[in-house]
Design a protein around this ligand. Structure first.
Ligand code: ACO
Length: 157
């Protein structure tokens, strides 16, 4: 069956629902790091029929600022507009509308992610030097580049 975004639903994950670790670990390879923010986050998922095909995790930084800590799409559904749909759905969410700014952080090596976030209106505001070297046990490589620094991007809501 051909994939159609109109058949995708965007819903909040409830406490009793299973946490989609397989997806979360695509965006963040450390389960310890994922668990550290998951407890204090709100999780939304994208569902197609009964299948969870995307996830986005929101973490409140303070009264004004919220952060997308994790966003991931199942590999076979990537590149079909779902990542953009998840971010746009988050921006329309009423709870998120109470914040002024939304942040997202990604590695210097995450080229397509940096492209996507900037295309959706996020602007680079900071670089957290050596974040991935200091906080992850294993070195991370993407696109032939070591993930060393976290590029922080911000969008006004
Ligand atoms: N190389 C080049 N361009 C790409 C790639 C790629 N590998 N993947 C997507 N794109 C482009 C698309 O062509 C599209 O551009 P276009 O609209 O001009 O055609 C654009 O990026 C957005 O693509 P979407 O289809 O909306 O995004 P997608 O559904 O693939 O979701 C995401 C993006 C979430 C990054 C997904 O690829 C993914 O899950 N990746 C693995 C996990 C990950 O890296 N998560 C983000 C880490 S950072 C964080 O979590 C805070």
């Amino acid at each position: 069956m051909e994939f159609n975004l109109q058949n995708v639903i965007f819903i909040r994950l409830e406490k009793q629902d299973e946490i989609p670790y397989e997806l979360l670990l695509l965006a963040d390879p450390s389960k310890e790091v994922v668990d550290s923010y998951l407890k204090k986050s709100v999780v939304f998922i994208a569902k197609l029929n009964e299948e969870t095909i995307g996830v986005v995790v929101l973490f409140s930084l303070d009264n004004n600022d919220v952060e997308i800590k994790n966003i991931a799409v199942k590999p076979q559904f990537q590149g079909k507009g779902l990542g953009s749909y998840l971010i746009n759905s988050v921006l329309k969410n009423l709870e998120v509308k109470n914040y002024r700014n939304i942040f997202i952080g990604t590695a210097n090596s995450s080229i397509s992610q940096l492209y996507l976030y900037q295309k959706l209106g996020f602007k680079i505001v900071e670089i957290w030097k050596n974040f991935f070297v200091d906080n992850y046990v294993e070195p991370i490589y993407e696109n032939g580049i070591q993930a060393k620094h976290m590029i922080r991007l911000k969008k006004e809501i």
